[in-house]
Design a protein around this ligand. Structure first.
Ligand code: PMP
Ligand code: GLN
Length: 379
């Protein structure tokens, strides 16, 4: 078979979760909670199933859910998205990102991504014949360098893909960053894809800077979010896209032949659940407490903890413990210490090794405590 993606193997998340399971390691690698969502959410799914809502939903999503999303986005970001034409429910953020790229990137178009970059972006671009241009987010603070981004612009730049709060580094972009992006793309045809799946997980009283807060930027942005992160149900694979009508029209042309539509009773249940805004508003405090607990638990080790302003990931430099490449380090950590993590090199096209790994702290305190005990012994 002549591969369309010759450089691509199995994702690091699959690889590390499998290794964790094989070794009986505590899995702090792939990002998902090990605690349950609330029963009331499951009851709503059962309710809608029993009530007979088990056939195809409308292509763009259940109207009640699109309305609930519109209400949330207006309340949080002051932006008006028309549920009829500007909001689409997707099979998670992964499908949303892939479909956005497929719908909007032509062969030969250049797409700027920020590295370390979430693993699904580059293959999505390359499958469309797009050309990837990489802007570096440099350790230890991983902030964007807007001069460097400007230098990457060309007449062929079609899209810029951003992600704030950022996986894997936990960086949160500022108002100045969004203003710089708006200035950079002003009077261009550049489309921004804003991956905001961790929009509700921002710490220390800082506010998430959604592209939706900036009308000029929102006018050329496709904004992506995911219920998996917000409601502790990553396995449900439901997310959504916001975009102005002209962009959404193109998005839906692909979406309808990609998944057509998404699980009906789950959409109805999410619409009910969203009605109580405290459920997403309390998430920042909930995970801030976990972050603080996790950082305190590792304070006695030789890991150098990098800043974590958002997401449920903590990055750590391990140079005081070992000099091996990060892939070898996580292999040792999983097999010998019994704690799985993700090597940051997986987020670099050239496998750049900064001797930094990523832990997921979306876990029960007992799980984290057991991990502290193991890490404390070896690290
Ligand atoms: N983007 C980022 C930055 C993510 O971290 C993830 C998942 N962890 C996704 C997209 C994919 O989200 P989903 O599971 O909803 O497809
Ligand atoms: N986004 C999750 C993470 O960063 C993993 C999702 C996946 O396995 N594709 O860990």
């Amino acid at each position: 078979v002549v591969s369309r993606l010759p450089a691509v193997g199995t994702t690091i998340f699959t690889t590390m979760s499998r290794l964790a399971q094989e070794c009986g390691a505590i899995n702090l690698s792939q990002g998902f909670p090990d605690f349950s969502a609330e029963d009331v959410l499951f009851e709503r799914v059962a309710h809608w199933m029993r009530a007979g809502h088990n056939q195809y939903a409308p292509m763009a999503g259940v109207p009640a859910l699109r309305q609930a999303i519109a209400d949330k986005v207006r309340a949080l970001y002051g932006a008006s998205y028309d549920p009829e034409h500007e909001i689409t429910v997707t099979a998670g953020a992964t499908q949303a990102l892939f479909t956005a790229v497929a719908a909007l990137v032509h062969p030969g178009d250049e797409v700027i991504v920020f590295e370390p970059v979430y693993d699904s972006y580059v293959p999505a671009i390359e499958l469309q014949g797009g050309i990837v241009r990489r802007a570096r987010l440099a350790a230890p603070d991983y902030r964007p360098d807007w001069q460097a981004v400007r230098a990457l612009l060309s007449p062929r730049t079609r899209m810029i893909m951003i992600n704030t709060p950022h996986n894997p580094t936990g960086t949160v972009w500022t108002e100045a960053d969004l203003n710089a992006l708006a200035a950079l793309t002003r009077d261009t045809g550049i489309i921004v894809v804003a991956d905001e799946v961790y929009e509700h997980i921002v710490f220390d009283g800082v506010h998430h800077q959604s592209a939706a807060l900036y009308p000029e930027l929102a006018a050329r942005s496709v904004i992506v979010s995911s219920f998996g992160k917000t409601y502790h149900v990553t396995g449900w694979k439901v997310g959504y896209v916001l975009a102005p009508r002209a962009l959404m029209t193109e998005f839906r042309k692909v979406h309808q032949f990609n998944v057509f539509t998404v699980n009906t009773p789950v959409q109805l249940a999410l619409a009910d659940y969203m009605a109580d805004a405290s459920r997403h508003l309390q998430l920042a405090d909930f995970y801030q407490t976990k972050r603080n607990f996790f950082r305190a638990g590792l304070a006695g080790t030789r890991f150098e903890l990098l800043p974590c302003a958002g997401t449920y990931f903590q990055t750590a430099r391990y140079t005081a413990i070992s000099a091996v490449p990060d892939t070898e380090f996580v292999d040792w950590l999983t097999r010998e210490v019994g704690v799985a993590a993700i090597p940051l090199s997986a987020f670099f096209g050239d496998g750049r090794d900064e001797k930094v790994i990523r832990f997921c702290f979306a876990k029960r305190d007992e799980t984290l405590t057991a991990a502290f005990e193991r890490l404390g012994r070896f690290c």
